[in-house]
Design a protein around this ligand. Structure first.
Ligand SMILES: C[S@@+](CC[C@H](N)C(=O)[O-])C[C@H]1O[C@@H](n2cnc3c(N)ncnc32)[C@H](O)[C@@H]1O
Length: 205
């Protein structure tokens, strides 16, 4: 992902990026680590993909008829592009602000799949992200996440925002238990060795 210009903590105009087709994060395919995981450990139930962009991961998940998949994004143009792709299964899309708790309004999810949403949000909003993910999942629900733990971008004022595993563990450990954390994953060529695939389970309160 190329860096975007915005001060730390400021909102990025994601909609403008989609309108301008300036979306270098979009690799035109679902994340390879998601595909690998689904082959090894199939999931069931209803799945949320926050910050779904044009929906590659949503469609990869929805190819399994056992899943109902909701893609959420704040950028209407991304969602229009997502909806213009041929339908593959039980997928749907909703404009919403994940950090504001909009997913919780929809219901309780069995699984959340995260890919380049957490790294896109300003670091000062990370606790809001964790709360939104926890609130949107049922007890025992799973968070499958490809965290961008070591992005090439070294500009701390623009996304993708680096977040190393020790910070991720600190942020998520109160609400989630870590079942897996794997750096040796299939990924896109330019992201080799820069991501960590995590499987987290929401704690039963
Ligand atoms: C770097 S892009 C990644 C998109 C997609 N996951 C992909 O890999 O192609 C980040 C996405 O998160 C969306 N986004 C940013 N903040 C959001 C928020 N608070 N709620 C929902 N979506 C958000 C943006 O509109 C954008 O589509």
């Amino acid at each position: 992902m190329a860096s975007h210009s915005a001060p730390v903590g400021a909102g990025i105009d994601w909609e403008a990026r989609y309108i301008a087709s300036d979306t270098p994060w979009d690799k035109g395919a679902a994340h390879p680590a998601l595909i690998d995981h689904l082959k090894k450990q199939p999931i069931t139930g209803n799945v949320l993909v926050p910050g779904c962009g044009v929906g590659h991961d949503v469609r990869a998940l929805a190819e399994n008829p056992a899943l109902s998949v909701l893609g959420m994004d704040i950028a209407p143009t991304a969602l229009r592009l997502a909806q213009s792709s041929p339908r593959v299964g039980n997928e749907s899309y909703l404009k919403g602000d994940f950090l504001a708790g909009d997913a919780v309004e929809v219901g309780s999810f069995d699984v959340i799949f995260e890919h380049t949403c957490f790294c896109a949000i300003p670091p000062i909003r990370r606790k809001d992200y964790v709360k939104s993910a926890s609130d949107a999942l049922r007890s025992g629900g799973l968070l499958l996440a490809v965290f961008f733990t070591n992005p090439e971008n070294t500009d701390p004022s623009s996304p993708p925002f680096r977040c190393e595993m020790n910070e991720i563990r600190d942020l998520f450990s109160e609400d989630f238990e870590f079942l897996e954390a794997d750096e040796l994953i299939s990924t896109f060529k330019e992201r080799m060795g820069r991501e960590t695939f995590c499987l987290l389970r929401k704690k039963t309160l």
